[in-house]
Ligand binder design. Structure first.
Ligand SMILES: NC(=O)c1ccc[n+]([C@@H]2O[C@H](COP(=O)([O-])OP(=O)(O)OC[C@H]3O[C@@H](n4cnc5c(N)ncnc54)[C@H](O)[C@@H]3O)[C@@H](O)[C@H]2O)c1
Ligand SMILES: O=C(O)[C@H]1O[C@H](OP(=O)(O)OP(=O)(O)OC[C@H]2O[C@@H](n3ccc(=O)[nH]c3=O)[C@H](O)[C@@H]2O)[C@H](O)[C@@H](O)[C@@H]1O
Length: 389
């Protein structure tokens, strides 16, 4: 239930504010809207080109929060209404982006425009109008670890200072320009630097968030059901799609890259702390991830296979995975981050936040959702006769 007497981390009452949330109709936005509406009195001006993932929140009647969310179908690339909405709000949260790796090397121009050029007016309007900004960047700004350049048998590879990623100390290491995978990370890095400079030179009140592989229900789409058949979503949705269809999970270049996965509901708690504790969050860049949930992609595939069998009651495949080259899967210009472990010092110190959910538990609730939401639709799609030409 929404509480009228919320207090911040210093025990002071939290005033209800108005939030302009750009990209509110996406994966993270949908969870953030749910959390804000159900637990606070803040108002949301939700901006997106899509609303499917928040349509359950937009029904005019039946919700106690009906008058606290307004949806504005706006493409921020070209819409003069954006500045007015930012002026009306106390805080702007910018989530809008192209953020699926399959696009970075195949649509590098769209990726760079979306992650840098389209974010520029948002920063400008916040700075000029004295409005606070929470901008979503990415852990990809770290690129590759320093340790990945050491010889394979070097003992230094075990030393955390060669791989743990720190907001105020780690370098940003990207591949060559022809490795267009890095177009996204590079655009996100430049917008971070611009926001930081607006803070330093013009006093913009900002917080930058670097999410580390947040996963959960409503992430991306299932190809051929609620997204294009040929589309390639992020790994959770790719593997979910394979499991739902009973086909082997594809391991890109053997699935040796490592990731730390955090449950979306844990991560959203961190964002609410940022929203309600501006004095502790302003001027900071925060890693938001779960360092305890590290796996290789191959291990992720194995765990997802076991969890899916448990939640669906279906036996695991005899051949659960197959290897595929990155060139075949993503095309020319793909490259990868080797390892991503977030340092948690700054977010612990400023906001006292820690993730709670284990990898097994977050996969169990997420795959239960995937099975419930998609299993019947996939059966119908598979059974449908192919139209003769
Ligand atoms: N999910 C993660 O783990 C993760 C990790 C790192 C960074 N991020 C960042 O967090 C943000 C949100 O990610 P997400 O996972 O929710 O992605 P998402 O694709 O689900 O959501 C992005 C939303 O932005 C909207 N959008 C894009 N361009 C727009 C435009 N021109 N005008 C209006 N709306 C537009 C899309 O329609 C979409 O609903 C992105 O900036 C992404 O780079 C996410
Ligand atoms: O989520 C994040 O924190 C960030 O990382 C993601 O990048 P990445 O983790 O590389 O993207 P995924 O699609 O989730 O892939 C993870 C790994 O799985 C591999 N993969 C993916 C899909 C698949 O079917 N098989 C497979 O082996 C990829 O090659 C990669 O090594 C995206 O860039 C962004 O959403 C975001 O900025």
């Amino acid at each position: 239930m929404a509480s009228s007497a919320r207090v911040d981390l210093d025990g002071k009452p939290v005033r209800a504010i108005s939030i302009c949330m750009i990209g509110a109709g996406g994966f993270i936005g949908s969870h953030l809207c749910e959390k804000i509406l159900s637990e606070t009195q803040h108002k949301i001006l939700a901006v997106d080109v899509y609303s499917d993932k928040i349509k359950h929140l937009l029904e005019p009647d039946g919700h106690p929060w009906a008058d606290r969310i307004q949806f504005h179908r706006i493409n921020i690339k070209h819409d003069s209404r954006l500045e007015g909405l930012i002026k009306m709000a106390d805080l702007t949260i910018n989530l809008a982006a192209i953020c699926t790796p399959a696009d970075y090397n195949t649509r590098p121009l769209d990726t760079i425009y979306s992650n840098f050029i389209d974010a520029l007016p948002v920063v400008k309007y916040c700075s000029e109008n004295g409005k606070r900004l929470i901008h979503f960047s990415t852990c990809e700004v770290y690129g590759k670890t320093v340790g990945s350049f050491l010889p394979k048998d070097s003992p230094l590879r075990q030393d955390p200072s060669y791989y743990v990623l720190k907001e105020d100390a780690s370098p940003c290491i990207f591949g060559a320009i022809e490795k267009q995978r890095w177009s996204y990370a590079c655009a996100k890095q430049l917008i971070e630097r611009l926001i930081y400079a607006e803070g330093a030179e013009n006093g913009l009140e900002f917080t930058i968030v670097r999410p580390f592989n947040w996963i959960g229900p409503r992430m991306d789409f299932i190809p051929g059901v609620d997204g294009p058949s040929e589309g390639v979503p992020r790994v959770l949705a790719c593997f979910s799609n394979n499991l739902l269809r009973g086909e082997p999970l594809k391991l890109v270049d053997g699935g040796q890259s490592q990731r730390t996965f955090v449950y979306i509901k844990d991560a959203i708690e961190a964002i609410l702390l940022m929203i309600e504790n501006p004095a502790r969050a302003n001027g900071h860049i925060f890693n938001v991830g779960n360092p305890n949930n590290e796996v290789t992609v191959k291990q992720l595939a194995e765990i997802m296979t076991q969890v899916y069998s448990k939640v669906s009651g279906e036996p695991s495949l005899e051949v659960p995975t197959i290897d595929v080259s990155s060139k075949e899967f993503y095309g020319e210009g793909y490259d990868d981050s080797d390892k991503r472990i977030p340092d948690m010092t700054i977010i612990n110190k400023q906001l006292g936040w820690n993730p709670k959910t284990s990898l097994w538990d977050l996969l169990e609730s997420t795959l239960t959702y995937q099975h419930r939401t998609y299993a019947e639709a996939i059966k119908r799609a598979v059974a449908r006769p192919v139209a003769s030409s």
